[in-house]
Design a protein. Structure first.
Length: 537
């Protein structure tokens, strides 16, 4: 039998958080390795190669803040950088710190079981090999478990078909081809806008429309980049002080303005870039239905103003949720795509998909002949990546079972019954609700300090206390229930029509919505207090 390799710490995943995590561990001289299932590093930015894939966060707020050298040397070329550039950036960081030698690619962990007598995790990889580790840190990513619909006959389709997550690395021909895209979330909206003028025909199969506003991307010149570099301390301080981890900050005061003043303010925000319209808006829009309704009406008018056919415009306007109450996709000429003669919106609420055929998709209204079908159908978000590994804790308890009705964590980092397992960007942390890298730096730093503390103090077993965990879950629930989106059918509330238990009517408390500053204050206070709520043995 294969002898298991051992590392003091195993990090799962070489994406944005895994890269920073291994950097911190290596700097402390801790024996650690990253196991990555893919053939190379990059996580989200390695996989999602679909046209139009890019940041919705300002590039310079998304990059790592931990290294002055990286900040000085890296030039972001666009305000919202694209996937190829983002992957280059991650490779640049990894090469700069020579981190690749701490990463094992093609190493997908299928099963991990806690051995309470040996006080280590036993990991089994898909190639049959084993690994043991005192501590396991998961950097699995919140959006790394793609999901497909299950329509009859999907396998019978003889053209090309793939999920956006698996868009091939080699160029995919679009010219002269009839393309169908299923899904109009953040991904669908990016890909549709980008390929509308490239495909011969584009059919968009839309179930529920999403609100979407202009990204307003632009290049970053050398001079601008110099100015950004000079401002990095301020930029990161601004991000740290804002609830969403952006430079945009919401303000209370909706009712202090007249309706005319509010419209003028929104005109201004609509022409700004990124999430300004969401995150620099009146705070009331997240809590007060009347305020949210007025803003939604404003955005609906904007959509009407951009789509030539009024009937199509109405189909693109959400009626089941208010603006900003699901993850807001940002777009570049998305609505104008529907003014093109080669683009057709197929409203699945009027004419549902009945089944697939060898040559396309049959709805209740028509048959659509297609050469390529793109599934932009989203992810089993936040907890899906955990469910896809068999994780067995104390007494063989399965994490997937324990979380069947929703995750239960202490601070989004630990889960009772699963000692020495630390999650970076885990469920019920702020990473699902804020500018991701800003949140993961908090998570990685905190986990690294805890691991170092355990080693320094000879603790070989670190477990969340059940009572402390329940209190945290209650805090997560309270923060969630205050917000208008509490019943929205989006991925950050755990909704996914294609995953059992995540469908309409189930409420899953997936992320902490109390804001990044409050989260950071909380976890820092707990660390300062000798890790209150955590049993160290
Ligand atoms: P999302 O936001 O979950 O969107 C998925 C889309 O796919 C959404 O429009 C769904 O419609 C649609 N969908 C899902 N299943 C089906 C079926 N069975 N039939 C028709 N349409 C379907 O995923 P994204 O990838 O766009 O975005 C995820 C995150 O990735 C994003 O926030 C970024 O941060 C990166 P529905 O709304 O369920 O009616």
């Amino acid at each position: 039998m294969d002898r298991a390799r051992h590392s003091d710490v195993v990090v799962l995943g070489a994406g944005v958080s895994g890269i920073y995590q291994i950097k911190r561990l290596v700097d402390l001289g801790i024996d650690a390795v990253v196991l990555e299932g893919e053939d190379d590093l990059g996580g989200t930015w390695y996989r999602n190669r679909y046209p139009g894939c890019r940041f919705d966060s300002e590039s310079y707020t998304y990059g790592y803040s931990f290294s002055k050298e990286v900040l000085d040397e890296w030039h972001w070329k666009e305000r919202f950088s694209s996937q190829p550039e983002n992957l280059r950036y991650l490779n640049f960081v990894v090469d700069k710190f020579d981190l690749r030698r701490h990463m094992r690619f093609g190493s997908r962990v299928e099963r991990m079981a806690w051995d309470d007598s040996a006080r280590h995790w036993h990991l089994r990889l898909s190639d049959g090999s084993s690994h043991t580790a005192r501590f396991v840190i998961t950097s699995l990513g919140p959006l790394s478990a793609p999901t497909l619909p299950s329509y009859d006959g999907m396998d019978a389709f003889e053209g090309e078909a793939f999920h956006t997550f698996f868009w091939p690395a080699e160029p995919v021909a679009l010219e002269g081809r009839r393309v169908g895209v299923i899904g109009t979330g953040a991904t669908g909206i990016q890909v549709i806008a980008e390929i509308a003028d490239k495909a011969a025909e584009l059919k968009v199969f839309q179930r529920r429309p999403n609100w979407s506003t202009p990204l307003n991307n632009s290049p970053i010149s050398d001079a601008e980049m110099d100015e950004i570099r000079g401002r990095y301390d301020e930029i990161f301080a601004n991000c740290a002080a804002s609830p969403g981890g952006f430079e945009h900050v919401p303000q209370w005061g909706f009712w202090d303005k007249t309706a005319t003043e509010r419209r003028a303010f929104w005109d201004e925000l609509y022409s700004q870039s990124g999430f300004a319209i969401l995150a620099a808006n009146f705070a009331e829009i997240f809590f007060d239905e009347t305020a949210n309704r007025e803003l939604s009406d404003y955005i609906a008018d904007r959509i009407r103003g951009r789509v030539d056919d009024p009937a199509v415009a109405e189909k693109l306007i959400p009626t089941d949720h208010g603006f900003g109450l699901q993850r807001l996709p940002l777009e570049t000429h998305y609505f104008e795509a529907y003014n093109r003669p080669n683009v057709e919106l197929v409203d699945l609420r009027e004419t549902p998909i009945e089944h697939f055929t060898r040559t396309g998709i049959q709805t209740s209204g028509a048959h659509y002949d297609l050469d390529l079908i793109v599934y932009a159908t989203g992810f089993d978000a936040i907890t899906g990546a955990y469910d896809r590994v068999e994780i067995l804790g104390v007494d063989g308890t399965s994490l997937a079972e324990r979380w069947r009705d929703g995750p239960s964590t202490y601070l989004g980092v630990l889960s009772h019954g699963f000692p020495n397992l630390f999650m970076v960007a885990g469920p019920q942390s702020v990473s699902g609700s804020t500018n991701f890298p800003r949140a993961i730096e908090t998570g990685v730093d905190w986990v690294t300090d805890l691991v170092a503390y355990a080693f320094e103090n000879g603790h070989s077993r670190v477990e969340a206390e059940l009572g402390a965990e329940q209190e945290w879950v209650n805090e997560v629930i309270r923060a969630h229930e205050r917000m208008l989106f509490r019943r929205s059918k989006g991925w950050f509330t755990g909704y996914n029509s294609n995953v059992a238990g995540h469908q309409e009517g189930s409420v899953r408390y997936q992320a902490y919505f109390g804001g990044a500053p409050r989260y950071r204050a909380k976890v820092d206070a707990i660390a300062a207090d000798g890790y209150e709520g955590i049993q160290l043995g």
